[in-house]
Design a binder for this molecule. Structure first.
Ligand SMILES: *Cc1c(COP(=O)(O)O)cnc(C)c1O
Length: 396
């Protein structure tokens, strides 16, 4: 981790420097709040900073209760427990996603059902979901790729019709909006990540958004090892005991103190990331116009949080060579998901519905570019120039 004003980057010949893919940002206030958390003498879960963070998130999101967790992965496990997914129950999700979601399902004996994504947003294709619904389906689980909202209105309508639960993997979605509402507020439950690689972070952290009031009490029990400890501390029961299934899904108040510093600057963080995102987007426009690559698509009903900037190379371009050429010019770019349906555990625990052509195609052409708060607009401009030269070389 670096101080805000001293992002260290290796010097290269000619005075330019390497541009890492990601450098975690710290506001500087984290130290003070961690010291305060220690002085509070409450460093375990549900301490003063956890309360501050959850109250702020509840106010901002305005849709339900927020439970701070040690990870989005943990929040997804809680969501799957809340939805009462059991052996053989099916959960419809994109194959172009992170393993935490299908893993949470498989841990309960459930079956991840992999469906293709939309070619524009790379989110679960709402037009294909109805065909994936069987009498074993319990949950629809879209993710908001790159902080661009999935088509939640459609998923919610489908879920009502078939009596299903909607779990939203909004790991990348904090600070983004869909249909005028904060991402994560339209599903029954949604999961945020505050992992180091996300826009606002505390190293390892996450949150469960419980948008159904009738699920709040069970969510608290699941988070507290299956006990009614929270009710006990509120004076609602006179001793606490094991009442249901659960685990430990809390984050320490030291982590929450770190997160508080970042939440205080969340607007500035998003604004800075958006600025860099737009530098890329404008600089690469003509490459898209000439069909050399494709830029991200953000539908009109979405306002994204610049979690990521990616490009899709042309179908016959050699991605490894492209990434290598960027690296040689000091730019660290990376690919993204191995499709879940072709991963070892996906083959063992999941099932495929329909064609996954878009997933297979996109996952082999996608390249993510550096984007982090300490980066300058000049750095982004330089990356765009390097991308341009590498694309020209691929065509040659
Ligand atoms: C980062 C991420 C996760 C995992 O988040 P953790 O907080 O590290 O558990 C899950 N799903 C998606 C889509 C992610 O991007």
């Amino acid at each position: 981790m670096t101080e805000p004003h001293e992002t260290r980057v290796a010097a290269r010949d000619g005075g330019s420097h390497d541009i890492p893919f990601n450098v975690p940002y710290a506001t500087g206030a984290e130290y003070e709040y961690i010291r305060e958390a220690i002085a509070n003498a409450h460093v375990s879960g549900n301490g003063p900073f956890t309360r501050r963070c959850t109250e702020r998130l509840e106010r901002e999101l305005g849709s339900g209760r927020v439970l701070l967790t040690h990870s989005c992965t943990g929040a997804l496990e809680m969501a799957v427990l809340l939805a009462e997914v059991g052996p053989g129950d099916e959960v419809v999700m994109p194959s172009f996603a992170f393993p935490s979601l299908p893993n949470a399902v498989a841990l309960r004996g459930g079956v991840p059902v992999f469906v293709d994504i939309r070619a524009d947003t790379l989110n679960l294709d709402e037009a294909l979901v109805a065909d994936a619904i069987t009498d074993r389906t319990r949950v629809l689980a879209p993710i908001d790729y790159a902080g661009v909202g999935a088509e939640l209105d459609t998923f919610v309508v489908l879920a009502r019709k078939h009596e299903l639960v909607v779990i939203e993997d909004a790991a990348q979605g904090y600070g983004a909006f869909y249909g005028g509402a904060p991402v994560g507020t339209k599903a029954d439950v949604a999961c945020l990540s505050f992992h180091e690689t996300k826009n606002v972070m505390c190293g390892e952290g996450g949150a469960l958004l419980v948008n159904r009031p009738d699920w709040v009490e069970r969510a608290e029990v699941i988070q507290e090892k299956g006990t009614n400890r929270r009710q006990f501390f509120r004076g609602q029961v006179d001793k606490y005991s094991w009442v249901d299934l659960g685990s430990s899904y809390l984050v320490s108040d030291i982590g929450a103190g770190f997160l508080w510093a970042q939440l205080e600057q969340a607007r500035e963080i998003t604004a800075k990331r958006l600025e860099l995102w737009h530098v890329y987007h404008e600089a690469l426009e003509d490459l898209e116009d000439t069909g050399r690559l494709r830029r991200p698509v953000v539908p009109d009903n979405c306002s994204h949080n610049a979690h990521m900037y990616y490009v899709l190379l042309a179908a016959d371009d050699d991605r490894d060579r492209f990434i290598e050429q960027l690296a040689r010019a000091g730019v660290n770019a990376v690919s993204h998901y191995v499709p879940l349906h072709s991963s070892p555990a996906g083959l063992r625990y999941g099932r495929v519905q329909g064609s996954l052509d878009v997933t297979d195609d996109v996952s082999e052409r996608l390249v993510r570019l550096p984007l982090w708060v300490g980066m300058s607009a000049d750095d982004a401009g330089r990356v765009a120039d390097v991308v341009r030269r590498a694309v020209d070389r691929l065509a040659a």
